[in-house]
Design a protein around this ligand. Structure first.
Ligand code: ADP
Length: 286
């Protein structure tokens, strides 16, 4: 099966700002790909390049077999895009907004689809409300409904769950997974550190470079553990990689010192690992 997204040598400059600096990326069909990185790293620009909303300075972007942005019009019938800032018609009702997006795709059975998607995002009872009166979180849910109504093959979600309550967020993720089981590909950017762990692959962007791209399991395995020994009223800490193998060696080295009264472990979390990698690779680049 050909990949959903294939990007080679992508450079995007906004005047003097180098937003993307030569990016290669392949996203396989049916995967959830998570984009992470500090503010200004280039996540939104990358998503916009995939949607065909920004023209690359150089390099190629192929999406579902279409060259972007030249074939964006064709590709857009098969894409769903939820921007970071919801692009909704504030004077229109929730239902009318979703209908507007659905109409642009000339769908059969539109009313039934709208009901289904509004029910899914939990907005069915608010479908008559003017969108401008909704809170930020509710607007986001409406924006997600607009991105989903035409049942796209590739979904691009720029921070879709920021401001969404935990119960609904869990429901979204179940739905995203059920979509990928049907062959839908999802690209998602997020600031929340529990979400990358349930994606298939993670890409870490920094200053327009993809500095790491791997599975969550492999990235978590890069984590270090600080082992702290309290001995005779003093404490010292050693940093190790795989503590399950290295701890027995350390204990042998210390000969199970009678003075050791306590051993505590502090394992790096995903966020710690990613921040360390961002710092380490920054030092390497300097
Ligand atoms: P992220 O989504 O990771 O926060 P962005 O892709 O929004 O990053 O931004 C990458 C860089 O490009 C930043 O330095 C940002 O200020 C700049 N940038 C983004 N959009 C524009 C634009 N339309 N015009 C000028 N600079 C932009």
């Amino acid at each position: 099966m050909s990949p959903a997204v294939s990007i080679k040598g992508l450079i995007k400059n906004y005047g003097r700002v180098k937003a993307l600096r030569g990016l290669d990326l392949t996203i396989e069909t049916g995967q959830i790909f998570c984009l992470l990185g500090p503010n200004g790293a280039g996540k939104s620009t990358l998503i916009k390049a995939i949607v065909g909303a920004v023209r690359p300075t150089s390099g190629t972007v192929e999406v579902l077999g279409h060259s972007m942005p030249m074939e964006a019009r064709l590709a857009r019938t098969r894409l769903g895009y939820m921007p970071q800032v919801p692009a909704l018609y504030e004077d229109l009702s929730v239902r009318a907004n979703v209908k507007f997006f659905g109409r642009s795709h000339r769908l059969e059975d539109l009313n039934r689809r709208i009901d289904r998607v509004l029910d899914f995002v939990g907005l069915l009872s608010l479908s008559g409300r003017r969108t401008g009166t909704l809170s930020g979180g509710l607007k986001q849910r409406c924006s997600l409904a607009c991105a989903l109504v035409h049942e796209p093959e590739l979904l691009l979600l720029d921070e879709p769950t920021a401001g969404v309550d935990p119960v609904l967020k869990e429901g979204f993720w179940k739905h995203f997974r059920s979509l990928t089981e049907k062959g839908v590909t999802i690209v998602i950017s997020t600031h929340l550190m529990d979400e990358p762990l349930i994606c298939d692959r993670i890409g870490l962007l920094r200053e327009g470079f993809m500095i790491l791209e791997d599975t969550p399991e492999n990235i978590v395995a890069m984590g270090k553990t600080d082992v702290r020994f309290d001995r005779n009223g003093k404490s010292f800490t050693e940093r190790v990689g795989d503590y399950s193998r290295e701890l027995p060696e350390m204990l042998k080295r210390y000969g199970l010192d009678q003075g050791i009264s306590r051993i505590s472990l502090h394992q790096e979390k995903l966020e710690d690992i990613l921040l360390r990698i961002i710092r380490e690779r920054k030092r390497d680049a300097e």
